[in-house]
Design a protein around this ligand. Structure first.
Ligand code: M6R
Length: 615
């Protein structure tokens, strides 16, 4: 949802800004732009479309200057044109602004500023901020408002909504000011130079020491240091964090796409996620969170899982696991729905927020709502230090490493592994077991290897993609734990190949979707040997009786399947609770290879962004 980056120091800013934007492009790719300050004026270069267009522009004329800001856009207000690209400026061109978020009262403020003589050039809500800063600076009567720091604070006080803003002014060379309410801002601490970005991943090659701004904070950066104050203007020392992701982890490493690399990283991501949380020798759970201490769990009567998108699919699987293993009632909701109903939540509800990015606006708002109702908050998050980790009472990290491809893959399967461990921990707290059973720990120990073996199906999946990439619609069917897997498979296909796909509980097909089945409709049937296979196979026969094309994903081919299915993919088998981890992998690969065959932009699918920091 837009990426922002900034640099102040002795070096040329432009190459650094472009380098940072490359790592932020996953957040939006409708346009890109930079502004650098040299000899009292800004050079601004912007281009619609991908960052590569801006880079081509820069090859013609590289701007100089060692103070600069940059932006990659996911359009909200105004079409993705050059004039709507950021940085946006005030009337004089002396104030430049990049923004992630939405100013909800921008129309009203724009009208008021226009009536006062300000001339607007774009359709964006962002431009209003530049004019607000200009207005404050030109009307400044006291010392506070006479510098950029004070002017940004006053400008922000006139605007409502969600924003992360980075501003530079030609009147104060060597200074950047950032402020936020909602979307993230992280400051990177260097030696004689400092940085700003939307995500620590942008800063990875430059520094590992970062400071996250809290809601309402404003920060002033110059090459010598950083000053932060909170929304009341009180100076604040925000804690510094050490981010251990290396820059290499955010590169493609020889793969054609980030998504393919991330699919192939699943064995290692699973091992790294599970390793610190359990002793595979004894089965003892070592989930280090005070929230999961026996006395804190003793009063918990139900669990609420909140998430969006793929993470919501993980939550649906989490419900099966927690209810099945710990016998606790579980409710699952979308962040965007939960925040606007009047949910029944108490201090005896354990709320679990699940998010790859840790910054999805709807999930953040839903968790804040649960917190207001007195519920303790546990976060299952991949990005260290992200907003959800900071607002939670306890964190269970998925150590999947940076996930850059917009389609979530390794974050999802590691979420499933963590939810399995959480279910075991809750089971223990309810006196229904101690740690993991021998069978469970054996299964967890073998999981990374089996994930690797599942990846070995790729040539066969490529073949299926070649055969079916022309289909207009797909149905995905699954029962029990495999119903959310069906939803996830359909989402992957939709988002990167633009093929219409629906996931359904296999037993629901006869209540409607079966009307869609004809000889052109491929139906992916998830039928592992999990206790419901016979029922799912009956649904398979219903598909075949209507001439549908049946692609069966199973854990053991038998005569019945061979006879009824058009195509069969046989997966390695594990315990039912962990089987979704393996069953998801072929669906990811299938979506990937279909998208490649259709010439789609796999890592940056149209209209999407990796982190959705607006409502
Ligand atoms: O970062 P989060 O897990 O909170 O993101 C939630 C969704 O936006 C995300 O899973 C989205 O659905 C992905 N594009 C799915 O591949």
């Amino acid at each position: 949802m837009c990426g922002i980056v900034g640099y102040v120091g002795p070096r040329e800013a432009a190459p650094l800004l472009v380098d940072g934007l490359k790592r932020l492009e996953y957040r939006g790719y409708d346009s890109a732009g930079i502004a650098t300050l040299s000899n009292g004026s800004f050079a601004i270069l912007r281009s619609p479309g991908k960052l590569s267009n801006l880079i081509a522009l820069l090859e013609g004329s590289a701007p100089t200057g060692s103070t600069g800001i940059g932006h990659t856009r996911w359009a909200t207000h105004g079409r993705p044109t050059e004039v709507n690209a950021h940085p946006q400026t005030d009337c004089t061109g002396k104030v430049v602004v990049v923004h992630n978020g939405i100013f909800e009262n921008f129309a009203e403020r724009r009208a008021s500023l226009a009536a006062a003589g300000h001339r607007f050039k774009s359709e964006t809500d962002t431009e209003v901020f530049a004019h607000e800063v200009e207005a404050v600076l030109s009307e400044a009567k006291d010392l506070e408002a006479n510098d950029l720091f004070g002017a940004v604070r006053l400008a922000a006080s006139k605007l409502s909504g969600a924003y992360a803003v980075l501003v530079a002014s030609a009147r104060e060379p060597g200074v950047l000011v950032a402020t936020r309410m909602g979307p993230p801002i992280v400051l990177g601490i260097g030696q004689g130079e400092n940085y700003v970005a939307s995500d620590p991943v942008a800063l990875a090659p430059w520094t590992k020491d970062v400071v996250f701004l809290e809601d309402g904070d404003t920060a002033r950066l110059d090459p010598a240091g950083i000053r932060i104050c909170d929304s009341d203007g009180r100076p604040q020392e925000r804690p510094a964090h050490r981010i251990l992701w290396d820059a290499v982890a955010a590169e493609k490493g020889g793969y054609r796409h980030f998504m393919l690399k991330e699919i192939h990283e699943q064995p290692i991501a699973l091992a790294e996620t599970v390793g610190p949380k359990v002793s595979l020798a004894s089965g003892e759970l070592t989930l280090e969170s005070p929230l999961l201490e026996p006395d804190r769990l003793a009063g918990i009567e139900r669990v609420l899982l909140l998430a969006c998108g793929t993470s919501w699919h993980a939550a649906l699987i989490g419900k099966f696991l927690i209810e099945g293993m710990a016998r606790l009632p579980v409710e699952v909701d979308y962040g965007s729905e939960f925040r606007y109903r009047r949910p029944v939540v108490t201090g005896r509800t354990l709320t679990v927020g699940i998010s790859q990015s840790g910054e999805t606006a709807d999930t953040v708002a839903a968790l804040a709502e649960a917190r207001r109702a007195g519920s303790p908050i546990l976060a299952v998050v991949n990005v260290p230090g992200s907003q959800i980790t900071r607002m939670a009472d306890g964190v269970l990290a998925t150590h999947a490493g940076p996930e850059i491809g917009v389609a979530s893959t390794k974050a999802f399967t590691t979420q499933l592994a963590v939810l399995f461990l959480l279910a075991a921990k809750l089971r223990e707290s309810r006196g229904l077991g101690s740690g993991l059973t021998a069978e469970e720990r054996g299964a967890l120990a073998r999981l990374p290897k089996l994930a690797g073996k599942t990846l070995g199906l790729e040539p066969r999946i490529e073949e299926l993609a070649r055969r079916y990439h022309g289909a207009r619609d797909f149905l995905y069917l699954g029962r029990g734990l495999h119903y959310p897997v069906a939803l996830e498979g359909a989402l992957k296909l939709k988002e990167i190949s633009y093929i219409h796909a629906e996931g359904y509980p296999a037993g629901e097909m006869k209540h409607g979707p079966i009307a869609l089945v004809d000889e052109h409709m491929p139906v992916i049937v998830l039928a592992p040997d999990d206790g419901w296979r016979d029922k799912t196979l009956s649904n398979l026969r219903e598909v075949k009786s209507r001439d549908g094309i049946a692609i069966v994903v199973t854990t053991g081919e038998d005569a019945e399947i061979s006879e009824a299915a058009d195509e069969v993919l046989v997966l390695p088998e594990t315990i039912p609770e962990l089987q979704p981890v393996l069953s998801t992998i072929p669906l990811q690969l299938f979506a990937y290879h279909i998208a490649v065959r259709r010439g789609c932009d796999v890592d940056q699918p149209r209209n999407l962004a990796k982190s959705v920091t607006v409502e």
